[in-house]
Design a protein around this ligand. Sequence first.
Ligand code: GLN
Length: 474
Amino acid sequence: MENALQRHRQYIAGDFTLVDAVEEYLKRIEANKSLNAFIQVYGDEARQQAAAIDAKRAGGAKLGSLAGLFIALKDNMCMKGQRTTCGSRILDQFVSPYDATVVRKIIAEDGIIIGKTNLDEFAMGSSTENSYYGHSRNPIDPERVAGGSSGGSAVAVAAGMADLSLGSDTGGSIRQPAAFCGIVGMKPTYGRVSRYGLVAFASSLDQIGPFAKNVSDAALMLNVISGLDPNDSTSMDEMVPDYTAAVGGDVTGLTIGLPTQFFQEGLDSEIADNIKAVTKQLEDAGMTIKPVDLSLNDYAIAAYYIIATAEASSNLARYDGVRYGHRAEEVGDLNEMYTRSRSEGFGAEVKRRVMLGAHVLSSGYYDAYYKKGQQVRRLIKNQFDDAFKDVDLLLTPTTPSPAFKIGEKVDDPLQMYLSDIYTVTVNLAGICALSMPSGKTTEGLPIGLQLIAGAFQEEKLFRMAGYIENLLAE
Ligand code: GLN
C-alpha cells in the first residue's frame, strides 16, 4: 500500500476520488474489526467530507496538505458533536462541545477524520488492555498487544485503516505502540503541539504526536499540527520548520550518543543485537558514535510514576458525576453520589493511579515523594542538556522487549510500568523523540529504534531518521 505523501500527491493529480476511497477504508476497518482499533467510526461524516473535497478539487480550488488522506484520532481528543470516551466508562456518553486544535488543523488541511481509536483508559497503560471497550490486538500477531496507551491509533495505521493517525505520549504512549506495530511514531517537544482539546492525563508530560508508515509521512503530519496556539498557554512560539524537507537532508557532521544505561540488563538480546548492528552500519557510513552517561535513567520510572500519578489524581478530580460523565443512580446523598459515580466509572488502573497520586501529594508525604520526584526530574533534564553538549542525537532501543502476549502483564503493574523504561525520561525532560522500525526478531516481531533530540530539534530527528530509513532499506 502507498504511503500518505504518495497518496496525497496521487489525489492532487486526479488519480482517485475520495468518494471511492472512503468506501475502501471503511471496508478495511470492517474487515479488521477483530483488531479492535476503533471505538467510533464516522462513516457518514467521512462520506460527506469526501464528496465535499472531491467537489473542491473539481472546482479547481487549492487543496490542503492532507487532501486525499484519512486520519484516525486517539479517543482522548475532542471533536465537536462526537463522543470523547478516553476509553473510560465515566466518559462513555460524553459529547465534545468543541474541536481540539489538532482537529481544526487537520480539517483546515482537508484531512478526513475517519474515526477515533481505542486506548488505555485516560491513556494510562502500555498495552491498550485497560480500555473499557476491550483490548486492541497487534496486526502482526493478534495474540499480542498493540502496545499502549495509543494502541488503536498504531493499529489503524499499521493495518491500513488510516493513512495517518494521532496519539498522545505522556511516558511513551506513541513510541511504544509504534515500535510494537512496526511503524513510525513521534513525541514532539513539550509545547510544540497544542494540547487544547486533549483530555489531560499528566499535563506537564502530555504531548500529541503522529503515527505514520514512514518518516516523511510523520513529518507531514507534524507540519500540520505544530505551532503556537492562544488556547494553550504551554504551546510555544517557536518557528516551525518544514519537517518534510528535513527528511533526506544532510547528516554529515551529526554525532550520535549511545546511552550506556539503555543497553544493560532487562534488554531483550535480539533487540540489543539489532540496535548495535544499526549503530555499526552508521559508523561504517562515517558517522561519529560515542557512549553517553545517562545514569539517572535508573530513577526514571520512579520519578515518572510519582509525577504522572500526582497530576492525574488532580486532573481526574473533575469527574465527579456532577458536571459531565457517568453519574450513579439512586444515591442517598452527595458524597455517595461522588463515590459511587467514580467507583463505577473508573477502571482498576485509573483507581490505582488516583490513589497513588493522592498519596504522594498528601501533606505528610509531599516532600518525600512529589517534591523529590520534581527534583529528580530537574536532574534528569540537566543530564540530557549535558549529553546534548557533546552529541546531536541519542540512539536507543524504544522498548526492552518486543510486543508481549495479551494478558501477560495485566496482573503485574510493575512489570507493565517497566516497558516504558526507555521512553519516560524524554517526557520528564520535555524533549522530543521518534521511534522507527528497525527490522524484526526471529519470531517476526517488529523492533523499534528510538532517536532522541533536544527541545525543538525535531528537524534533526527527521534528518537522521530519514537517513537511517534509507540505510536500512538498502
Ligand atoms: N505507559 C505509561 C503510563 O502508563 C505512559 C502512558 C502514556 O504515555 N500515555 O503512564
